[in-house]
Design a protein around this ligand. Structure first.
Ligand SMILES: Nc1ncnc2c1ncn2[C@@H]1O[C@H](COP(=O)(O)OP(=O)(O)O)[C@@H](O)[C@H]1O
Ligand SMILES: [Mg+2]
Length: 315
């Protein structure tokens, strides 16, 4: 539904986006992560026909962003950085304006606008001017606008930044619901917990280049390691580490806890618990050691920095 091949953007002699290739399958969410200035917004702008690429191609729902911009716009909902336009307009006028831009019949877009405003808790502000909107309210209104023409593809650049937790949750719920209706998303975010909830696939971009791209579980395996379990017991482990090391690979241990690698927890954990209980040791907890997108992200960036230093030192 979203495809980019070798997408590149130069601003003068500065390369902001460098040979980005990625695919987002229909009905899935790709989260694009990366430091400030990495090229996320520039990529989104190119993919939605707002900005012309220096090189490479991209298609949205099969339409080329350079050759078929009006088709692209009809099939994509876009949220990018806000520029303080339309400050004097009331929300209701603003949505009316975009309904007409999208060439929708008034009875359709007016109903959709009201439904979406309600969904994002903005009904009370329909008659307020945008100048009176808070940053988070503007962000939600911009989402309503992006969704007004019911596009199959949505590119949302930091959709929940500036939002209170409850509003951010409303937006996430809307994304999940729309995804279940087979909409396709590319979102950028700095909220890694949010990306972990929403994304089917994660791409990390740094200095304009994609430095990691995959599903969460694969990225975890590559950059954090095999899943691990932590066992805590009443009292002391004593000889337990020795006893269990024939069954599982022990990673680390303390007085009353140990961690072991569990690539197949369904098989290993019950066996291990039987053994521990048979040895008369009381189990307090057995729980997976959490593996987070934050760990993945920090490791990916660290490895890329190390690679960069190596290249730099080699001339
Ligand atoms: N219109 C522009 N002219 C010159 N440089 C730009 C322009 N837009 C973005 N850049 C530069 O391109 C790089 C990537 O920016 P951006 O895509 O906004 O990053 P991100 O969204 O990942 O924070 C930054 O170094 C930024 O300063
Ligand atoms: Mg940005």
């Amino acid at each position: 539904m979203i495809e980019a091949h070798g997408l590149t953007k130069d601003f003068g002699d500065f390369r902001a986006v460098d040979n980005v290739t990625l695919t987002v399958e229909p009905g899935t969410v790709l989260a694009m992560l990366g430091p400030n200035g990495a090229g996320k917004t520039t990529t989104v702008r190119m993919m939605t026909s707002i900005l012309a690429p220096t090189a490479g191609t991209a298609t949205i729902a099969g339409f080329d962003v350079v050759k078929q911009p009006s088709y692209v716009r009809a099939h994509v909902g876009v949220l990018t950085e806000q520029h303080g336009l339309y400050e004097r307009m009331k929300a209701v006028e603003y949505l009316d304006f975009f309904g007409r831009v999208y060439r929708m019949p008034p009875e359709i877009y007016q109903k959709r606008a009201l439904d979406l405003m309600e969904r994002f808790d903005l009904t009370f502000a329909l008659d307020k001017r945008l100048g009176e909107y808070s940053k988070g309210m503007k962000q939600k209104l911009a989402l309503v606008r992006a969704m007004l023409h019911d596009p199959p593809v949505l590119l949302l650049d930091e959709p929940t930044s500036a939002m209170d937790p409850q509003s951010a949750k409303l937006v996430r719920d809307a994304i999940i619901e729309l995804q279940h209706e087979e909409r396709t998303f590319l979102i950028t975010t700095h909220n890694l917990a949010e990306a972990q909830i929403l994304a089917d696939r994660i791409a990390i971009i740094r200095h304009g280049r994609i430095i990691a791209d995959g599903v969460f579980s694969d990225l975890v395996r590559s950059f954090v390691g095999e899943p691990m379990m932590e066992l805590r017991v009443n009292g002391e482990l004593n000889g337990l580490v020795n006893d269990l090391s024939s069954m599982v690979e022990i990673d680390s241990s303390g007085i009353d806890w140990l961690r072991y690698r569990a690539p197949e927890p369904r098989k290993t954990n019950p066996e291990l618990l039987r053994r521990v209980t048979a040895l008369g040791v009381e189990v307090v907890t057995l729980a997976p050691v959490s593996q987070t997108l934050e760990q993945v992200y920090l490791q990916v960036v660290k490895e890329d920095e190390a690679q960069e230093n190596l290249n730099g030192n080699n001339g």
